[in-house]
Design a protein. Structure first.
Length: 102
């Protein structure tokens, strides 16, 4: 039984021999590689599109979107201004007729 010793100088020769064998199947290996990447991307998109938010995320978003509070004194002041001034009354009526006009 002769045991072949591992020689560092033989590594490039062995690597070239392996590359020659694999290079025949280069196109097929490349297509398989591309198919694996596409499969991974599709599975990742599917898993991310079906993800549901956690209860903590929903709660934090609901708390962040509080309904603004309008002070009663401001409302009363605006109504008194509207009642007292003709130009302000026409401004309010114009804003009600077309709220998106600048």
């Amino acid at each position: 039984m002769t045991k072949s010793k591992f020689n560092i100088r033989d590594i490039p020769e062995k690597a070239v021999a392996i590359l020659r064998r694999v290079s025949r199947y280069g196109v097929v290996l490349f297509l398989i590689f591309i198919a694996l990447i596409y499969g991974f991307v599709i599975l990742r998109i599917n898993s991310l599109s079906n993800a549901q938010p956690t209860d903590n995320a929903v709660t934090s978003q609901v708390q962040a979107a509080r309904i603004p509070h309008i002070d009663k004194s401001v409302v009363d002041q605006l109504q008194s201004l509207q009642d007292n001034s003709v130009s302000v009354k026409s401004l309010f009526n114009q804003a009600r007729a077309n709220p998106f006009q600048e």
